[in-house]
Design a protein around this ligand. Structure first.
Ligand code: GUN
Length: 298
């Protein structure tokens, strides 16, 4: 079994970004700028946003966080987005999800300027991705494709089974891996909560992507020998073996599956760091689109 070291690859990419940003700061009198809107006080969202802030800082990217009350009206949130859309100094904008129930998330995402939508969630960017046009790719699928690429994992003609059909992982990664690209050219099966015989299907996978959101759902008997296993899940569970009393696990029962597969991503240290770095890549791309007339997202 080979471990796919997402942490190491993400560090390498971060260094590449840092070098490019430092060149921009020297030569162009500006810097890429990412704005994040955080509504409410959900602890997980607060952690994610603070990670994004520190990632930006390390890469030389300016970051600003708009912290809004959980009681903010949808109208006020939309006005904040409009304000940032019109700020020429800000290149990327993300609204941290989930949002409080009284806010229509689809409306909020649709209000972000597609040119600043570095999460790649806007319908325009999803549509472009579907058509194979240049666009901002959603961070986790982009990170998975990058890992397959950097580890030289053959995808052409392979059967890729994706577990989970979320808008931000399962659906886009199944599109990306079925496209006529490299990595790509897979035959993709997308499984979800209504799939019958999920074990039988996942056992046929040459590449298995677990993004189902259920701790240790994928067991050894669901994996073909020498398959490539990508674990997107991240769950914090109680543990008497750690000082904190918690540990992180994925959607895959790592110990038993690792023995059977050819490649596997660990949790933590697999897909997670790649997701974080993909946001920086998109922010840099947004800067270049705006300032250098690079119109790959037009
Ligand atoms: N919540 C969980 N993942 C994400 C993400 O990738 N982007 C945003 N904006 N919110 C999230």
């Amino acid at each position: 079994m080979n471990l796919i070291d997402g942490k190491k690859i993400a560090e390498e990419i971060k260094e590449e970004i840092k070098r490019e940003v430092s060149h921009i700061i020297d030569k162009e009198n500006g810097a890429p700028h990412l704005a994040a809107i955080l509504v409410g006080d959900d602890p997980a969202s607060q952690t994610y946003v603070s990670h994004k802030e520190s990632d930006c800082k390390k890469a030389g990217i300016i970051s600003s966080v708009y912290r809004l009350s959980k009681d903010i009206s949808e109208k006020e949130l939309l006005e904040t987005i409009e304000f940032i859309n019109n700020d020429d100094e800000i290149h990327g904008l993300i609204v941290q999800l989930p949002l409080p129930d009284h806010i229509d998330v689809d409306k909020v995402i649709a209000s972000i300027d597609p040119e600043k939508d570095v999460d790649g969630f806007h319908p325009v960017n999803i549509g472009k991705m579907l058509l194979g046009y240049p666009s901002y790719l959603p961070a986790t699928p982009a990170g998975i494709v990058e890992l397959l690429d950097r580890y030289d994992i053959e995808t052409e003609g392979k059967h890729c089974v994706v577990l989970g059909r979320s808008n931000i992982v399962g659906t886009p990664v199944s599109v990306l891996l079925s496209r006529k690209t490299s990595p790509g050219n897979c035959t993709v099966t997308l499984c979800h909560s209504k799939t019958e015989n999920i074990k039988e299907i996942s056992r046929q996978a040459d590449i298995l992507i677990a993004a189902i959101g259920r701790p240790e759902f994928v067991t050894e008997d669901m994996v073909k020998k020498d398959a490539v296993v990508i674990d997107v899940g991240i769950h914090r569970v109680p543990s008497d073996k750690t000082k904190s009393g918690f540990k992180l696990i994925g959607d895959v029962k790592f110990e038993e599956v690792a023995k059977k597969c050819s490649y596997i991503t660990p949790v933590p240290g697999g897909v997670g760091p790649m997701t974080r770095v993909a946001l920086l890549q998109n922010t840099l791309k947004a800067y270049k689109n705006k300032h250098r007339g690079q119109t790959q997202n037009k």
